[in-house]
Write a protein that binds this ligand. Structure first.
Ligand code: ZN
Length: 524
């Protein structure tokens, strides 16, 4: 039977990769495409890793797994915690493969903390609290250390390298280099049926340096001819080399999948959604924020972060955006990307002030104001499209989704700004739904229908003939696994995933993780 090797490049986009392929910088990716097929892979709404990877893991949309943002709110409070594996309210293919007796190896896969006990090895990725086990088995870090291939968690906090691209690139190459060695060691020393590794340096690099590699960035024509361009491409070359070595460890019967969780678009302008809501008269900050606000951004912030790093205080100090809920009608409810806004509804939100009878009226008004808002410096509208919650989300956890969803216009990020709208500062790219997929294998055919991120879980289960415990929204990609392959329904089908309520991490750990999330630009 075929095994499956899956290589994920977080945030990879053909618009950025194609020029590199043409220049011969990514020969191993090119030969994978030449042996198989490629396509755009449609991501989720909202379009960011924290909603997308759970959709990859479950084969269902965010409305069915319940993860919309990097933070989740404790019901009935304003307290928020970073999302973890336990936030995913649906069974994942990771557990289904294990239940079928298949051995899985997962390296740096976001949202796998705390790692479930499966047949195989997990090194959780994403943002991790220090000092907590992040692997399965728990002693895997010691095993890797003894083998001379130590793992390093977190890192690549691109916002902390403001205007220091070379120092950032050095860290990206160094950490990815270590993880490549460890992953290849696991590949050699595990009897795997499914092996997947995710590389986050692509996403981090594109957030701050898309002006070098994103052909849709206004500075690309100039910057792509500078010596630093080659240094940025080195991030991709390093990962392409690893594709070569990993594919060399497979045989002709194996399926190789290269994919991303979302694509990327360049941006030269940025919005702060809470500040925009304030400007439009729907949100007020509390008085303490007037003092704190200016400290949250700019050089002060950078200096503060460095000091915290040096003193090992990372995460001990969190500068929060304090909203005056008594005077707020609408607030940002997808804080990581600004793509979601909710109404401060009485009876639902703690301190809600909008009467449920006025909900539709207020929501319509907020939507109208947001979508028609014009950036005074460019004459452009930052919001390209706007949707009501029920137009986008139909699943069983739709009730916890944001009331309003937005898509950013070209050249705009809906986050990463300190004022309502401004020139992007040390920010050159943000997410878009059009990700990538390339596959090779004995039965691979060109895609007849456009593939989607939620198709991968059922496809992986079908490839390995493992029963599914849930009904996937995605389809089996028969273009990858052969015309006859299907997923079999396992015994557990239809039973929802039950998890103990309450946060996975302590308040201190949450603050530590949040500080790291700020470094990654996911929080303000
Ligand atoms: Zn990202």
């Amino acid at each position: 039977m075929s095994r499956v090797l899956l290589i994920g490049w977080d945030g990879a986009d053909w618009r950025i990769l194609d020029p590199m392929i043409e220049q011969g910088a990514l020969p191993n990716l090119k030969s994978l495409i030449d042996r198989g097929t490629r396509s755009v892979l449609r991501s989720t709404i909202p379009t960011h890793s924290w909603a997308a990877w759970p959709s990859f893991l479950t084969g269902v949309d965010p409305a069915d797994h319940g993860v919309y943002d990097i933070l989740e709110t404790v019901p009935g409070t304003h307290k928020q915690y970073p999302v973890t594996y336990r936030s995913i309210k649906e069974r994942t293919f990771v557990e289904d493969l294990s239940a079928a007796g298949k051995s899985g190896v997962y390296a740096d896969v976001p949202l796998l903390f705390p790692a479930p006990a499966i047949k195989g090895d997990i090194v959780a990725g994403g943002v991790l609290p220090k000092g907590r086990p992040y692997t399965h088995p728990e002693d895997l870090p010691e095993t890797l250390e003894k083998a001379g291939v130590p793992w390093e968690i977190n890192g690549m906090s691109w916002t902390t390298y403001r205007n220091k691209p070379d120092a950032y690139l050095e860290e990206a190459l160094r950490i990815s280099g270590k993880r490549i060695k460890a992953t290849e060691w696991m590949m050699d020393n595990t009897d795997w049926d499914f092996l997947m590794s995710v590389w986050v340096s692509v996403d981090r690099t594109q957030h701050c340096l898309s002006n070098y590699v994103g052909p849709d960035h206004p500075d690309y024509a100039k910057l792509s001819k500078t010596p630093r361009y080659q240094k940025v491409v080195d991030v991709y070359r390093q990962l392409d080399d690893s594709i070569g070595r990993m594919v060399a460890r497979t045989n002709d019967d194996d399926i190789v999948i290269f994919m991303s969780d979302h694509g990327f678009q360049s941006c030269s302008r940025a919005v702060n959604m809470d500040q925009l809501l304030r400007k439009l008269g729907y949100l007020e900050f509390s008085a303490s924020n007037m003092l704190y606000g200016p400290m949250q951004w700019g050089p002060m912030r950078t200096v503060a972060r460095k000091i915290y790093d040096v003193l090992g205080l990372h995460g001990k100090v969190s500068l929060k955006q304090a909203v005056n809920w008594q005077k707020t009608k609408a607030y940002t409810s997808i804080r990581s990307t600004g793509e979601g806004v909710s109404i401060n509804l009485a009876g639902r939100d703690p301190d809600g002030i909008v009467d449920p009878a006025d909900f539709e009226k207020v929501r319509n008004e907020v939507m109208e104001r947001l979508v028609s808002f014009v950036d005074p410096d460019t004459g452009q509208k930052p919001v390209k499209a706007i949707f009501r919650r029920e137009e986008v989300f139909k699943g069983k956890h739709a009730d916890t989704a944001p009331d309003i969803l937005m898509e950013p216009a070209e050249q705009y990020s809906l986050t990463h700004a300190k004022s309502a709208v401004e020139k992007a500062d040390w920010l050159a790219g943000d997410h878009r739904p059009e990700g990538v997929i390339a596959v090779s294998g004995p039965r691979v055919q060109p895609f007849a229908e456009p593939p989607m991120l939620i198709d991968l879980a059922p496809t992986i289960l079908a490839a390995l003939d493992a029963p599914a415990s849930i009904e996937h929204t995605g389809r089996v990609l028969n273009e990858v696994v052969g015309a006859d392959a299907t997923t079999r329904a396992g015994e557990a089908i239809g039973t929802a995933r039950t998890e103990d309520a309450g946060p996975t991490v302590s308040t201190d750990e949450a603050e530590e993780m949040e500080e790291h999330l700020r470094g990654l630009g996911y929080l303000e």
